[in-house]
Design a protein around this ligand. Structure first.
Ligand code: C6P
Length: 407
């Protein structure tokens, strides 16, 4: 069984204090903390092998290229991609989805074509489709979120039509924690001749993911939400589809031959990696994958289930506190407290060293569906302990007292 107390010793930041109290970091959905192994891998690269990739014949350039490409193989293995060529490095999930919307969407969407999304999408899987749909005259349709915070899979069949070109949905909601049945939805999308894109920003860091088993066409996630650094993300795509797509950005490294008035393009994945990539970031991500591999993704999920079940039970016990989302979920708990604005909750918790996020979580349509303007949100990862849940609960009780006094 995963021991969070042992794991915590690998994370220097977790021994600091905030406002005179031990840090209780409960915002891993926004970004995770980094273990020493990741920090050291990046430091070693910059101290010993720093050079540009794919460009130099000298030793440092070869070392940098090998380390960068090694991470691509690690990513492919980690998500069970059939080959490295389907793994494209991006800045983050957002850029990965924009790549698909711009490169695949502009080439494949025509007036009247339909894209199916859900009401629970993060803005990064909504705005890129709004942009390309407006340009191409395509239509957006939405799967509703039911009162229990899940999707009705059967509704997909009512929305799919012979005009549907793409179904795009989040694997695990960053607000509700809902784990969506992406494999089942992929099957239905494919039966209707549509492509499927999965936003895996909150699944890959927290549970075993197998893109081959899901049979998704595109899958996006961010390194910084899985112990890696910011500025490195991944788009996985089926190689055949990526091959047929035009490039996203133009520039160095994505070309084969360049004339003054025309060019031919590199093979995938490099066709989609114009310019000098985030080499240090990729190396950090590789170290993060090694770390998660050593812990075991099944263990990661089991630990989060334990912590989340404890948090759910404890929060539901606080009178006047409403928890959003289903029972079976990722390690995310969004809630509202009667009479207290989520931002005030977060500010008061911060006085106790408890760091949670408050706001719309980049999911404004979902906030409207929940009939709130914002929620408070605690989220968990491998380094969170049961006693931290107790600190959260005690601190929330204080919030309640403060607002009982002022109201
Ligand atoms: N959600 C949160 O606090 P980027 O910013 O590109 O790394 O990730 C975007 C993104 C996409 N999809 C989902 C499901 C996400 O949760 C996020 C990031 C953070 O909820 C920051 S808004």
């Amino acid at each position: 069984m995963l021991d969070p107390h042992r794991i915590r010793t690998d994370f220097p930041i977790l021994s600091r204090e905030v406002n005179g109290k031990p840090l209780v970091y409960l915002d891993s959905t926004a970004t995770t903390q980094k273990p020493t192994a990741v920090l050291e891998a990046m430091r070693k690269y910059y101290e010993r092998s720093n050079a540009n990739v794919h460009r130099g014949a000298y030793t440092l350039a070869q070392e940098a290229t090998e380390a960068y490409e090694e991470t691509r193989s690690k990513v492919a293995r980690f998500i069970h991609a059939p080959s490295d060529s389907g793994v494209i490095f991006t800045r983050n999930t957002t850029e990965a989805i924009n790549l698909v919307a711009q490169a695949w969407g502009r080439a494949n969407l025509h007036a009247g074509d339909e894209i199916i999304l859900t009401e629970m999408e993060h803005h990064s899987n909504l705005i890129p489709w709004q942009m390309v749909a407006r340009e191409r005259g395509a239509v957006l349709k939405f799967l509703h979120v039911m009162d229990d915070g899940t999707l009705d899979v059967g509704e997909v069949d009512t929305l799919l039509s012979d005009r549907t070109k793409l179904v795009g949905l989040v694997h695990v909601s960053n607000v509700l924690g809902t784990i969506n049945p992406v494999k089942e939805i992929a099957k239905r999308a494919h039966a209707a001749g549509a492509r499927i894109l999965v936003d895996g920003a909150q699944s890959v860091p927290h549970m075993p993911v197998d893109v081959k088993d899901i049979d998704c066409d595109f899958f996006a996630f961010s390194g910084h939400k899985m112990l890696g650094p910011t500025g490195i993300g991944v788009l996985y795509g089926k190689p055949k589809i990526l091959d047929a797509m035009p490039p996203f950005l133009g520039g160095g490294e994505m070309i084969r031959e360049v004339q003054l008035d025309w060019s031919t393009y590199n093979d995938i994945p490099w066709k989609f990696e114009a310019g000098t990539p985030n080499i240090g970031g990729a190396i950090g991500l590789g170290a993060a994958i090694d770390y998660l591999d050593a812990v075991g993704m099944g263990e990661v999920r089991a630990h989060e289930e334990r912590i989340t079940a404890k948090a759910l039970a404890a929060l539901r016990d606080i009178e006047g506190l409403e928890v959003f989302g289903p029972e079976v979920r990722g390690g995310v708990v969004s809630f509202a407290m009667r009479g207290a604005h989520p931002h005030d909750i977060a500010t008061i918790l911060d006085q106790d060293g408890v760091e949670i996020r408050a706001g719309h979580h980049c999911a404004q349509p979902l906030m409207r569906r929940l009939n709130v303007v914002a929620t408070a949100r605690a989220s968990f990862y491998i380094y969170n302990t049961e006693s931290e849940i107790e600190v959260l609960v005690e601190s929330l009780k204080k919030v309640k007292e403060v607002f009982a006094r002022v109201s």
